[in-house]
Design a protein around this ligand. Sequence first.
Ligand code: CDP
Length: 271
Amino acid sequence: MSPETKPDYLISPEGLRVDGRRPDELRPVELKVGVLKQADGSASIRQGKTYIIAGVYGPRELHPRHLALNDKAYLRVVYRMATFSVPDRKKPAPSRREKEISMVIANALSPALFLEEFPRAVIDVFIQVIQADGGTRCASINAASLALADAGIPMRSLVPAVAVGKADGVIIVDLGDEEDKYGQGDVPIAILPPTDEITLLQQDGFFTRDELLEAIQMGIGSCKYLHELQKDALKRAYVRKTPDGEPVEEDEFEDDLETDLGEADMPEEDE
Ligand code: CDP
């Protein structure tokens, strides 16, 4: 792979970004629920070229036991990048960055969970970055919260997340790798709908007060859109299907159930 060079501009004279997006436009997002056979819950996300899989186990008994918390479950998040996920081979040993991002993701997700319902247990969230092209901590949060829901873990809400930033003085959402590297700032945000409380807010780079407020507004708007995509992905995974793969309307489902059972097969009611 040829080494990446700094583009001449990140915002064109027409106001478009290096990949042709408008400042407030997300990359194409594809969310899938239930992608792993072995985990209790799982999900994947493709956001542009960023590709991540999350698997959840638990709540289950925690080993080693001395890590157990008496009043709530321990949310153990492990964020890892595959060796082939970045242009320079990533060393397989866990890096400081991976440990920090694991903690940041756990902090962003935990307000959505009723951890106090499972004292002394652990909920394991394993996140594997298959391909990194910017925004991996936020994409991880999007996938991990879907995987938690898929595992049937009680939640207040899904947690949508996106990075907002600044390039050539313009506030932009969902930074790609070049924008992350050569832009002027990066503000990852995660929210808890419907109140839109903020569970993650970090800032890299310099923003005026007005720019930061604009960035947060833009980020919350995009998170709301991502939340709709998350709900759609869950519905797709759980909707009842006809044999030819069409979704079954709830009323149709009840009718089919009665037809399938048939009057004659119904058990006699006790006199
Ligand atoms: O991924 P995110 O923006 O949340 O975190 P970051 O630490 O700001 O990293 C930005 C991007 O740098 C990642 O998404 C990767 O594309 C890239 N990166 C890399 O190429 N090699 C690494 N060892 C770490 C990150």
